[in-house]
Design a protein around this ligand. Sequence first.
Ligand code: SF4
Length: 435
Amino acid sequence: MVGPDVSASPLAGRTVFFPPMNEAGVQAISAAFRSVGIDARPMPPSDEETLLLGGRFSSGEECLPQKVTLGDTLKLLVHGEIAPEKMALFMPSSNGPCRFGQYGPYMKMVLEEIGYGDVMLVSPTCADGYSGVGEHADELVRTAWRAMVAGDLLQKLLLRVRPYETEKGAADRAFQEALGMLCRAVEVQGEKKGEKLARIVASLRKGRELLLGVPSDFSSRRPLIGVVGEIFCRLNAFSNDDVVRNVEEAGGECWISDVTEWVWYTNADHHRELRRHGKTLSLEMLGATLKWHFQRKDEHALLEVFGADFRGYEEPHDIREVMELARPYLAPEGTLGEMLLSVGKSVYLYRKGADGILDINPFSCMNGIVSEAVYPRLSRDCDGLPIRVLYFDGTRVDRRYELEIFMELVREYSSRKRMRRITPGGGGAAAEAGA
Ligand code: SF4
């Protein structure tokens, strides 16, 4: 099969690196880029050197995700793993309310100052028609969306199964195998959109079987902890000291807000902005609505693979439902970003029978600070649902004691809660699969 010709792409001859937000997402999206002939891969895992290098070229005022991304980039460059003129860095941009929009320009400035100015920053946006990724942009955007949703679904199933595994490490091994199969399906070049979807669906079916085949015991349900907060910090295990695994070790099960949620939110925000500027009847609105429609269609096709596995764990049908649930505490018209989603999703999770909420943020993140201010009232309105905000700045701190106290509160709440939780088929996914 002849691969796509990318010689005219601004990325020709470069490798695009993705900051390691969440493992499934960055691996799947890298594969989507490869499917249109662009060499792409996730950054190697972050470590102490990441913080050392990131800290050396930061003033201390920056948010942790910026420091981690800068440190990981420099690690590749100082060790000569790639020449600056061969490297591109995926750096989403935003006009949002906080420092996020400054990450790209800041990164560029630092790289230029220390002699790595040839590194290209890729910040594709729909506003420029994704021109930064060349002529295969439409195909790439569709494949990347499917890859991201599929990665999120595998991750969701992993979190459903892993706390109940009876053979330590089996769920992680199954997940890695499933993710590898997904990436191999996504990266195939030269396929029509329908063929690509069918291939991804087939790989997800196999991945699902692997995860449901993990030896597990669902006879005693663990308390369910909703994990919300700033997107990078809550999804990047290095930045949050692997909080999900720590909750699992403390006896809980986690339901983490995924990357797809953020994409739905940006879609809703785009619609809101168009209406605000009187463009309700415009070509731009038509384009945004069609995009929403096709994304929903793809999501349904991929979700279908999982049958009733996520019974009781359904994501909101429409992200605007989450935004409305935040309304008593934060007005969706005047509040932007993760704080709105964290607060609304906390109420949503309460109604789904969650036993506690952890809100994960970088130290000094305005999202966490605002959410923390409204949580006492939200908790009172939700029968005293335990909510804890955790901040991370890259310093390694033993949080086991803190988590144990939180889990005690969770168990107490669980014993008296009004909102009952529905679980898949009583025995759980493994039982349904006959494991
Ligand atoms: S969301 Fe928080 S961590 Fe991210 S840039 Fe804004 S303030 Fe910083």
